[in-house]
Design a protein. Structure first.
Length: 190
């Protein structure tokens, strides 16, 4: 039997008890409380993720672990072909609820958009600047901070057609031009 009751521990922490008080209550060491809290907090998903279906949650978790949209869709959904997975992954990644869940999960893991921006400012702190920059680029792509292109769907419900009379612009006589002459436009008759 476990010495630490998880629900009681979380309740005590929410009530403002210190980890030292919790350790004394459960008769364990402070590091044991710290380790248990770390493990419990790792399992907590943001609300934006909890609102998704089970398959969508698996898709989002796979994406935040570094998989491609296609690979994440293959893991999360029962697809018959790679093309199906590609279509599903592309469609899901564009949904605002999925984007919000991805952003929340990355922020929870410490890779918020602010962190990425700060990282761009100090990307030279690595011994290998190219590797450091590439890693930050991948995180930025996950946050859609600099997409290759933005697409917008435009639906037009009504179209009004107007009939325009172009007869006054018609020329009943064809204009012929000799190749040897310069054409300066229509000449007015005197």
């Amino acid at each position: 039997m476990r010495k630490i009751d998880d629900s009681k521990l979380l309740e005590m922490i929410e009530d403002g008890k210190s980890q030292k008080d919790c350790a004394a209550f459960f008769n364990v060491s402070e590091p044991a409380i710290t380790k248990r809290l770390k493990k419990l907090r790792a399992c907590v998903l943001p609300e934006s993720v909890k609102r998704l279906t089970g398959k969508e949650q698996r898709f989002v978790l796979a994406l935040t672990q570094g998989r491609t949209q296609t690979a994440a869709a293959m893991e999360a959904f029962d697809v018959t072909s790679r093309d199906s997975a590609k279509t599903i992954g592309c469609r899901l990644a564009k949904e605002p609820e999925i984007k919000a869940a991805i952003t929340d999960l990355l922020s929870m893991k410490g890779a918020s958009p602010e962190w990425v921006a700060e990282r761009f400012k100090h990307w030279g702190d690595s011994m290998d600047p190219q590797a450091s920059l590439r890693a930050v680029e991948n995180v930025a792509k996950l946050h859609d901070l600099f997409p290759a292109s933005k697409n917008m769907n435009l639906n037009i419900d009504t179209v009004t057609l107007v009939k325009v009379d172009l007869s006054e612009y018609e020329n009943p006589e064809p204009i012929t031009i000799n190749q040897n002459e310069n054409f300066d436009g229509p000449q007015e008759e005197e």
